[in-house]
Design a protein around this ligand. Structure first.
Ligand SMILES: Cc1cc2nc3c(=O)[nH]c(=O)nc-3n(C[C@H](O)[C@H](O)[C@H](O)COP(=O)(O)OP(=O)(O)OC[C@H]3O[C@@H](n4cnc5c(N)ncnc54)[C@H](O)[C@@H]3O)c2cc1C
Length: 370
């Protein structure tokens, strides 16, 4: 790696750093400049540098929800590497508060919470990425979402140039959304997340996959068993990062489950009935007419393992676009376009993408006030 000059020791500004190895998709060109910040002060230093040099800023976590353009990022990539997981010794109305650095591995945080016998995040085991990435799209799986346990989020506010603590309500959480990827996109750098978990709480067993896993058992599973079950189910679906498994060279689910209005839902049911099909419904999905995007993709002619050049659909999960080896961002985008177009033609539903597109077509978050 090329060392250019230092931005206030021990932070190192590097130049022309390939972003592909820093993403789970393993796709994308270089960052013109790259810096890793291990503290709030270092984050501020990097922001100052971006502003003085008029560089567009992109904030990188674990790189598990990104499609980085083949051209890379023309400005500064700031990787938030603030670590530390501390359990508050005080009791907060029966909840245990955990303070976790944004740069911590999310799954390591869950393993610590489960080891401390605290419930609330066990179903989110095995989701790749950083703690700081979880509030951004209100990460969720198997009936849990982080919005249910986030107490507050400590951020550096690029607009007001200071550190704030945002309450859960202020984060504006909804399905795969928050102010961080919607109304205030690009304004906040997440430094630390505070989670309120339930000491001695029961694991959440709402989804059929999980219930089936424990079928025939007399005693209820504990948090650690549910965590292991979730990781096991995810591995089967290519939704766990497993060395050597090409199906996890992805950004996870590529499309969100569409939430339809009453009329559109009825129209979809009518199209399904004409094809002698029934739209499947799962707990948590039927609420607000949320429809399975995976089902729509599979019933639009895209079977698991479908390939378009070096991009493809996972052989284990219809919702994941994978890098079959050496794929470019443009190849992924071509497949995405094909899926969206075909689902729209056949079902009259426009699928929305879940990952963040970085560079070229989407310049992503930039430092405010430039
Ligand atoms: C195999 C696989 C399975 C997955 N399964 C799920 C799943 O079940 N449920 C689910 O919800 N997601 C899932 N994902 C998607 C992804 O893991 C999550 O969205 C994750 O939280 C992204 O975190 P990250 O640290 O990798 O963020 P990145 O991918 O690095 O960044 C994503 C976005 O968050 C922003 N960001 C990251 N860190 C910060 C920060 N500190 N401050 C401000 N902005 C920041 C980035 O700028 C970018 O806009 C999966 C991904 C993969 C590859």
């Amino acid at each position: 790696m090329n060392r250019v000059y230092s931005v206030g020791e021990p932070m190192e500004l590097q130049e022309n750093i390939s972003l592909a190895p820093l993403t789970t998709f393993q796709i994308g060109g270089p960052a013109r400049f790259f810096v890793e910040a291990k503290s709030a002060a270092e984050v501020e230093g990097a922001v100052r540098l971006a502003q003085t040099q008029a560089l567009p800023l992109f904030v990188l976590g674990g790189g598990s929800n990104l499609v980085v353009a083949d051209e890379g990022w023309p400005g500064l990539v700031l990787k938030v590497a603030i670590v530390g997981i501390d359990q508050d010794s005080r009791d907060w109305n029966g909840k245990a508060i955990f303070h976790a650095g944004a740069g911590e591995s999310w799954d390591r945080f869950i393993s610590k919470a489960v080891a401390a016998d605290c419930a609330g995040v066990e179903c989110l085991s095995g989701i790749p990425g950083s703690v700081g990435g979880t509030p951004v799209q209100n990460v969720g799986a198997y009936g849990q979402e982080v919005s249910e346990t986030i107490e507050s989020v400590e951020v550096f506010d690029l607009k007001e140039k200071q550190v704030h603590e945002l309450s859960n309500e202020a984060c504006g959480f909804s399905y795969r959304s928050s102010i961080f990827n919607a109304s205030e996109r690009g304004r906040f750098i997440i430094l630390r997340v505070n989670y309120a978990l339930t000491p001695g709480g029961d694991p959440h067993l709402a989804y059929n996959d999980l219930k089936h896993h424990f079928e025939g058992r007399e005693s209820s599973p504990d948090l650690a068993e549910v965590r292991e079950a979730v990781r096991h189910i995810r591995a089967r679906k290519g939704m766990l990062i497993v060395e050597g498994d090409p199906d996890c060279r992805s950004a996870g689910s590529f499309f969100k489950n569409p939430v339809l209005g009453e009329e559109q839902h009825l129209a979809l049911q009518k199209r399904a009935a004409e094809k002698k099909l029934a739209i499947p419904s799962y707990p948590g999905l039927e609420k607000n007419h949320k429809v399975s995007a995976g089902w729509l993709v599979e019933h639009s002619g895209f079977s698991r393992g479908y390939a378009l050049g070096r991009a493809g659909i996972s052989s284990k999960h219809a919702l994941a676009i994978v890098n079959r080896g050496g794929a470019t961002a443009n190849e992924v985008i071509a497949l995405k376009d094909q899926v969206q177009q075909r689902v729209d033609e056949i079902w009259g539903v426009r699928l929305e993408t879940e990952p963040v597109f970085v560079g070229s077509s989407d310049q992503g978050p930039v430092v405010s006030g430039q």
